[in-house]
Design a protein around this ligand. Structure first.
Ligand SMILES: [Cu+2]
Length: 182
């Protein structure tokens, strides 16, 4: 009887460890980053190398050859949150299409919330948080930070511009990460 119990505890523990070490469960749990030895991007070199270099930020079509990408043809938005801005400050995406967001933080924990929706996303240093949202109609969304992150927190807000699909398609990469009049 006692022996059975030990096996049961061992099996449950193993299962738990296996689950927690998968990428899915690591998302949004900063504590696993420390246990996992830093699988995510280094907040200090975010801007300089890897997925979150400036030329890679904003909305981009996924390429199949990149392991951080989704299926070819789908859209991924990459953003960095840092005291006290979002980079880029404004992102343009098409309406009615699932958009995969991948965000991280360059310093402390921030939270993006898309005003007028119930979409939100935590930005954690050393971790990439991922979520897929669809914005059915064109419009403007403010993205205030909803996690107190320091003196400039209350002024920290980004923008999302949702445009019709046919308007999004011809935009160049640079035009997809700023909302200046085109
Ligand atoms: Cu904040």
């Amino acid at each position: 009887m006692k022996k059975k119990k030990i096996w049961f505890v061992a099996a449950v523990t193993l299962l738990g460890v296996a689950l927690l070490s998968t990428r899915y469960y690591m998302v949004d749990l900063p504590v696993w980053h420390f246990f996992g030895g830093g699988e995510g991007p280094d907040p200090l070199t975010l801007h300089l190398e890897g997925e979150f270099v400036e030329s890679n930020l904003g909305a981009a079509e996924d390429r199949t050859d990149d392991p951080a990408d989704g299926p070819a043809g789908s859209l991924t938005v990459r953003m960095i949150a840092q005291q006290f801005v979002f980079v880029p400050q404004c992102v343009v995406v098409p309406a009615g299409v699932p958009i995969r967001f991948r965000i991280t933080s360059a310093d402390v924990v921030h939270k993006l919330s898309f005003l007028g929706t119930n979409y939100g996303l935590k930005a954690v240093p050393g971790v990439v948080t991922e979520a897929t949202f669809t914005f059915p109609k064109p419009g403007q969304f403010k993205i205030p930070c909803h996690e107190f992150c320091g003196a400039g927190h209350y002024a920290m807000r980004g923008h999302l511009e949702v445009v019709p699909r046919e308007q999004f398609a011809p935009l160049l990469a640079g035009e997809r990460r700023n909302c200046e009049p085109r």
